[in-house]
Every structure is written in structure tokens, then in C-alpha cells.
Design a protein around this ligand. Structure first.
Ligand code: UDP
Length: 460
């Protein structure tokens, strides 16, 4: 822990699990670097302050109606949050900035999906830095959306889905990030705002590292003339117990269950905090896992199968056919699971956090992306880093069984493990003294401490 430096940072995370985790990890990293941390959080998916008692918290009321708070259309939910959090955030932020009893605020670190933070920060003459919770490659691609739209890749036409996107090899049209919504324009508006806001901000922080995404980071440095700080993997920078906050409670029974399994024998299955399945897909997964005859640990989030509360669609007798080979939970301590010696393969939806966590533990992936950046992450895992097998033809039990067997029992899995052990080593090295993320974090701290004078020059 470094000496307190007399400066406060205000952080505004987006209240979704995959955005909240890296923001809290970043908060811990910067706390250990000497900053005081104040977190503004929303009543929707609010945080539990006792998990990080060394931070100060301010809860803002988002006033989401009951129906808005359970909105399944992700972009519509984000649009409600943006509309309803603007004013409460502005008031809260202004009062924190003017509070002379606390250390001066050095900057705001916000999730750029909150589209009002740049204008609020500017109006109060406080510099703003963005935390991008996705990969650098994803940011490079969405920054090029005008070009991709000009070339006719977007909106995606069925007839062009298999076509290579030559500007972003090895991506194909079908891998380009899109989130469906009742109003298709919402996604393009979000992407446009992200790019526009980037240009006005004082820097970008990424949960990635140079050796993993060198090319994309170089592209971003050329495109945006703001400092870029790849300081990840975040979760390896801070002690595990202080790193995350959860909206669902973790079921630790899976660790005791994993303790009874043979080394590298278990397939861990989780599709993150948002993706949903229909009943037919759920059953294909269940039978694919059962037929593979491999032990599996499966996270089935309540409500993630349309029309069901939890496991109701499983046929009676399913559990008996497994002979103790399967363990199903509602939410797992994923980082601990991936680090467990019994886990041999991670079947993932290819969210960025999950991808990075798997890479850092050297676990090969089966990739079933659902939406947004997941298709791009899956393509990188399979075709660039060659550490994942991309299930591209939908969910079918025979194909699932073959994929599991090929990674568990054939050379392909071992080859991926060899490649992963090299990447894992690079991830460890980059965090050590002299490593790229270590250096980038020191640069970020210096940058934040120099912002006061920069902000005065910019606003004068
Ligand atoms: N996670 C977890 N337990 C689970 C499933 C997921 O702790 O049972 C965590 C996982 O470690 C990751 C985050 O939830 O940090 C999911 O983020 P990701 O970007 O992978 O996907 P998203 O949920 O945003 O789709």
C-alpha cells in the first residue's frame, strides 16, 4: 500500500455485473496507489458498502419504475438509466466536488455507457477519464463504425455474414458487435456517443495488457489523441478477497464439489450475467453435457431460461443419469473456480471479463457468444490467440459433445493449454516491476496527479 496522496477520485460504475466488477477492481488498484475513493452508485443493483469498507459511497436514486427495473431489452434499460440518473448524479457530483472538508477531487472515472458524465464533469471543470470494460479490440472496432457502415458491413445483411472484414482481420461480418433492441437506432446512438465522448475525455483505462492486444492498442493510440492506459488484468493486481461485488450470492458448494474431482477433468459452464437461453437451447446444453460423460459444473442463473424460474425444463430423471457427474449452481465464485486444479475447460459466452479470467488461469475455452462484443471476443479467442473453440453452428447436443471431447481428450486441448501457459506467463510478467501494465499504472497515477493543472489550462 502506498502513502495517501491527498487526492480523491470519484467513480461511477454502470450497475451491470460485467461493468461493476472491473470498476471495483480498478478502485482497489487506485486505492492501493494512495487515492481516496468515492463511489457513486445507483439504487438499481446497488452496492453493498461492507464489501469494500475502505471506500466512501453515495447512493443516488435512479427512480426506475418496477417495469423499467426488469427491462430485458438491455439498450432500453441503459437508456432508462441514462435518462433517470443524469439529474441525481449531477447533484451528487456537484456537492462532492464542492465539499471542502474532504481531499480535492482529482478526477471522475466513469463508465462511458453513462452518456452524461462528460458534460457534467466539464460543467464542473473536473477532468474525466473513462474505464472501458470491454477489450481494446472491441473499442477499435466500434470506433470504426462510420467506416464499417460506409462499406455496407453494418447493418449486417444475412447474405454477407460470412464475409471477412478485411480492415479487422480475422473478423467476419457476423462477428461485428451489435446489440439488438426494439429500436435498432439505439445501438448506433450508443456507439456514436462512446466515440464522441472518448475524444473529449482525459484518457482511457483498459482491463487488458500490451502483449495480448498490442495491435488494437496501437490502432487506438493512432485514432484518439488521448492517453491510453492498459493496466490489466485487473483481478491479478489486487488481493482476490477485496476485488468484486455481486448481485447474486456465490454458491461455494462448487469448490467442495470440485475438490472431489480429478485434475483438469471438469468443464465449467457459465454464460455470464445477462445472456438468456430458450428452453430448446437449454436442453441441448444439458444433454450435450450429460452425453459427454465428463464431470461439469454449470451456472444456471435464475430467470436465464425464458419462461422458467430455474431448472424446471430439465426432464425428470436427468440428474440420475449423471451419476454425480454434474453440479448445478445459481452463481459461482468464478475466479476461484477457474483457478481450481480440477477445471479443464471453460464453456463461456465470451464476455470480456470471463475471457480474461480464463486466459489468466490458462483454461481453454469453448465459446458460445450471444451478443455485443462477445462474438468478437470469441473470434479472437479461437482465431487470434488460438485458445478457444468457437461453437459457430448453434447449440446442438452432438456438436457440444464433440467440442467437449476434443478439448478434454484430444491434442487440440493440450495445444491450447501450451499456448495459454505462454500468455499466462506474459500476463504475470506485465504486472511485475518493469512490466507494461505496471508501468502503465504508474503513468496513470502521474497523469491523474497532473490533471489539475491540465484542466485549468483546458477550461481557461
Ligand atoms: N461471474 C461470477 N460468477 C458466475 C458467473 C460470472 O462471478 O457464476 C463473474 C465473472 O467472473 C465475470 C463477470 O461475472 O467477472 C461476468 O462478466 P463478463 O464480462 O464475462 O460477462 P457479462 O456478465 O457482462 O455478460
Amino acid at each position: 500500500m502506498e502513502q495517501r496522496n491527498g487526492r480523491r477520485l470519484i467513480l461511477l460504475p454502470l450497475p451491470l455485473q460485467g461493468h461493476m466488477n472491473p470498476m471495483l477492481e480498478l478502485a482497489n488498484i487506485l486505492y492501493f496507489k494512495g487515492f481516496s475513493i468515492t463511489i457513486i452508485h445507483t439504487s438499481f443493483n446497488s452496492l453493498n458498502p461492507s464489501t469494500h469498507p475502505h471506500f466512501t459511497y453515495h447512493l443516488i436514486s435512479d427512480n426506475l419504475s418496477e417495469s423499467e427495473a426488469v427491462e430485458k431489452d438491455l439498450l432500453l434499460l441503459i437508456s432508462h438509466l441514462n435518462r433517470k440518473c443524469y439529474e441525481p448524479f449531477r447533484e451528487c457530483f456537484a456537492s462532492l466536488v464542492s465539499d471542502a472538508s474532504k481531499e480535492p477531487v482529482a478526477c471522475l472515472i466513469s463508465d462511458p455507457v453513462f452518456d452524461f458524465t462528460q458534460s457534467v464533469a466539464e460543467s464542473l471543470k473536473i477532468p474525466r477519464i473513462m474505464l472501458r470494460t470491454g477489450s481494446a479490440s472491441f473499442t477499435a472496432v466500434i470506433s470504426a463504425f462510420p467506416l464499417l457502415q460506409g462499406k455496407g458491413y453494418i447493418p449486417k445483411l444475412d447474405s454477407r455474414l460470412g464475409e471477412p472484414v478485411t480492415e479487422f482481420s480475422p473478423l467476419r461480418v457476423k462477428d461485428l458487435p451489435v446489440i439488438n433492441s426494439s429500436d435498432p437506432e439505439r445501438f448506433f446512438k450508443l456507439v456514436h456517443n462512446l466515440t464522441y465522448q472518448t475524444k473529449a475525455s482525459y484518457g482511457f483505462i483498459f482491463n487488458t495488457f500490451e502483449d495480448l492486444e498490442q495491435h488494437a492498442l496501437a490502432t487506438l493510440r493512432k485514432e484518439f489523441h488521448i492517453p491510453i492506459f492498459p493496466i490489466g488484468p485487473f483481478h491479478k493486481c489486487v488481493p482476490a478477497t477485496t476485488s468484486t461485488s455481486r448481485f447474486l450470492s456465490q454458491d461455494w458448494s462448487c469448490i467442495s464439489w470440485l475438490n472431489t474431482q480429478a485434475q483438469k477433468s471438469v468443464i465449467y459452464v457459465s454464460f455470464g450475467s445477462i445472456a438468456t437461453l430458450d428452453e430448446a437451447q437449454f436442453l441441448e446444453i444439458a444433454w450435450g453435457l450429460a452425453n459427454s460423460k465428463q464431470p461439469f459444473l454449470w451456472v444456471v442463473r435464475p430467470g436465464s431460461i425464458s419462461g422458467s424460474d430455474w431448472l424446471e425444463p430439465l426432464p425428470s430423471g436427468f440428474h440420475e443419469t449423471l451419476n454425480g457427474r454434474g453440479h448445478i449452481v445459481k452463481w459461482a465464485p468464478q475466479k476461484e473456480v477457474l483457478a481450481h486444479q480440477s477445471v479443464g475447460v471453460f464453456w463461456t459466452h465470451s464476455g470480456w471479463n470471463s475471457t480474461l479470467e480464463s486466459i489468466c488461469e490458462g483454461v481453454p475455452m469453448i465459446c458460445t457468444p450471444f451478443f455485443g462484443d462477445q462474438m468478437l471476443n470469441a473470434r479472437y479467442a479461437s482465431d487470434v490467440w488460438e485458445v478457444g473453440l468457437h461453437l459457430e453452428n448453434g447449440l446442438e447436443r452432438g456438436e457440444i459433445e464433440r467440442a467437449i471431447r476434443s478439448l478434454m481428450m484430444e491434442k487440440k486441448g493440450d495445444q491450447m493449454r501450451d499456448r495459454l501457459s505462454k500468455i499466462k506467463e506474459k500476463a504475470n510478467i506485465c504486472l511485475r516491476q518493469g512490466g507494461s501494465s505496471y508501468q502503465s499504472l504508474n503513468d496513470l497515477v502521474d497523469h491523474i496527479l497532473s490533471l489539475e493543472s491540465l484542466a485549468l489550462i483546458k477550461h481557461d
